[in-house]
Design a protein around this ligand. Structure first.
Ligand code: ADP
Length: 542
């Protein structure tokens, strides 16, 4: 017997059509370079996106060709998310925080044909132009200034195209729609290509009630860059549900984000932990009498915040909860679309006390539907007992099975077809994943592993500590020992003895305490805003 269901391909074009039909009145707000706000309706988004698709085709874009974007978070980037695939192209988001050399290399590796770039990023484009020749450079006049004559004007492309006569490119659901490169913390960046099918399935799963819980009445502020793992897939979810979007543009300083939250209070926001750490520090500092920002901000009580990309310290979750903001932690990677696990209060935790609630929220969470997850140790697959650790391996319809134009590497994929994530974790009886480290960040001391993540989280719970990153330093006797790099809060003081006493109180054993403390001004950040431990290891080789 055969199923009687239609075999309609899953398609991003469906989400675009749906948005045009159903949500024409809701708003998409973008912060411009001069900090003013620009408003579009979904109706305008729909027409502009179809115009972009028609325009790209007129410029000669053929099926499967890559159109790169070098853009901040704003309405035109959202148009690219849907307009490029609508024309049959593949959107390739370039990370504007990488060096011009790296960006040029990545564009070359992906064979990007066209580029859509913000006018305010033209100085960066000019530095990488010699590394890769795009057939066409389409400049989005984000600042409002006229586009220099040697480039193609994004607005002119849209104005000269006809959205009404545009026809979507024929496609299979497995055709690629977008690609993104890993940040290359281990070796050269590698390309991951998402399909219509993987994107739609990821969007449906991530939007579920216990995860993003997207509602039509939500106001979503994506602080996570749209060039980093597709802003975790939120642009697709937002368009699917027609939710109001508030894009911060290039203004990611905590003061700017707090200002924007006053103007357009979000009900849901997303970003990496370092963003929310600086935001809460700026907010707390403004509460003090005499602060120049005293009384300037209120936090949007009731907001949900999706935080991931790096371990979320329990102290951060508690700090926001005091203001009525709940942090929902997720774990994933560029290779996994990216959402793989989310920490949420399962039914079994209904009666859990407050401490248990925070403890769980500080874990990576449980695997989402369609993701198979296992933990592999030296002795094989590990039990879900909350103790046994090993490498997390995942598989599923929105997890990459290879890298673009790279031979299959057994270091990255197992023989039986699972992705090796390089993250070390245990899983407990309820399926909660607890990440202890990345394989390369683990500290092996006298034959025992010390989790840098656990030490960092405990240190960041000390009232004097703003940020902490722990790395391994070589040791003759123990092979490796932990070095704690600590950033103190403004005006605060803490002696290593006090920090050690605090760690002992947090149930660390004496041998797990840092060998040494370095007090530094700031923890270096990666191109995606995470703590950059490699830089610390270089700075403190011993
Ligand atoms: P990169 O960190 O190199 O920029 P990705 O953005 O793809 O690359 O990041 C994926 C990695 O981020 C994961 O492999 C994991 O190490 C880390 N990560 C993501 N979310 C979490 C989390 N909730 N807790 C701990 N680590 C996380």
């Amino acid at each position: 017997m055969q199923s009687t269901m239609m075999n309609t391909p899953l398609s991003l074009n469906h989400l675009l059509e749906r948005a045009g039909q159903l949500f024409h009145g809701n708003e998409i707000v973008s912060r411009l370079p001069d900090k003013s706000l620009r408003r579009h309706t979904y109706g305008e988004f729909y027409r502009r996106t179809r115009s972009l698709a028609a325009g790209l085709r007129k410029l000669g874009l053929k099926k499967g060709e890559r159109v790169a974007t070098l853009c901040w978070n704003h309405h035109a980037h959202l148009e690219a998310y849907f307009g490029i695939p609508a024309a049959g192209g593949v959107m390739h988001t370039l990370n504007l925080r990488l060096s011009p050399d790296e960006i040029g290399w990545i564009a070359g590796d992906a064979k990007d044909r066209f580029l859509i770039v913000d006018d305010v990023l033209l100085p960066l484009y000019r530095q990488l132009a010699g590394k890769h020749a795009f057939d066409k450079v389409i400049v989005f006049p984000f600042s409002g200034a006229a586009v220099p004559a040697e480039f193609t004007d994004y607005e002119a492309v849209l104005a000269e195209a006809d959205p009404d006569s545009f026809r979507y490119a024929e496609h299979d659901e497995n055709d690629p729609v977008a690609m993104c490169y890993t940040s290359g913390t281990t070796g050269r960046p590698k390309g991951v290509a998402y399909s219509h099918r993987s994107t739609i399935l990821h969007t449906l799963v991530a939007s579920l009630g216990d995860f993003w819980g997207l509602r039509g009445t939500d106001v979503v502020m994506p602080v996570t860059p749209m060039f980093h793992a597709n802003s975790w897939g939120m642009p697709y979810g937002a368009v699917m549900m027609g939710v109001k979007l508030v894009f911060p543009g290039p203004h990611l300083h905590p003061d700017d984000l707090l200002d924007l939250m006053q103007l357009e209070p979000p009900t849901l926001s997303l970003g990496v932990p370092t963003i929310w750490m600086s935001l809460i520090q700026a907010f707390d500092a403004a509460q003090e009498q005499g602060s120049p920002n005293h009384g300037r901000w209120k936090l949007p009580a009731g907001m949900r915040s999706l935080v991931g990309g790096a371990a979320v310290p329990e102290s951060l979750i508690r700090a926001f909860d005091r203001h009525g903001i709940w942090i929902l932690q997720g774990w994933g990677m560029t290779e996994t679309s990216p959402v793989c696990t989310i920490s949420y209060p399962r039914a079994e935790l209904r009666d859990a006390d407050g401490d248990e609630k925070y403890r769980r929220a500080a874990m990576a969470g449980v695997p989402v539907p369609l993701v198979d997850l296992r933990v592999m140790g030296d002795s094989g697959q590990q039990p879900w007992d909350g103790k046994a650790v090993g490498e997390i391996q995942v598989r599923g319809p929105f997890i990459t099975g290879s890298y673009h134009a790279v031979p299959l590497d057994p270091g990255k994929f197992t023989e039986d077809g699972w992705l090796r994530t390089g993250d070390v974790a245990s899983v407990d009886e309820l399926g909660f994943v607890r990440i202890t480290d990345r394989t390369k960040d683990l500290i092996k001391s006298g034959g025992e592993w010390i989790s840098s993540v656990d030490l960092e989280n405990a240190l960041m719970a000390h009232p004097a500590v703003a940020e902490a990153a722990v790395v391994a330093i070589p040791d003759e006797k123990w092979s490796e020992r932990p070095l704690a790099c600590v950033v103190l809060k403004k005006g605060a003081d803490a002696h290593p003895d006090a920090l050690n006493a605090h760690l002992l109180e947090h149930s660390f054993a004496k041998w797990q305490l840092p060998e040494r403390y370095e007090f530094i001004d700031a923890v270096p950040r990666t191109s995606t805003g995470k703590f950059w431990k490699l830089k610390l290891r270089e700075r403190f080789p011993r």
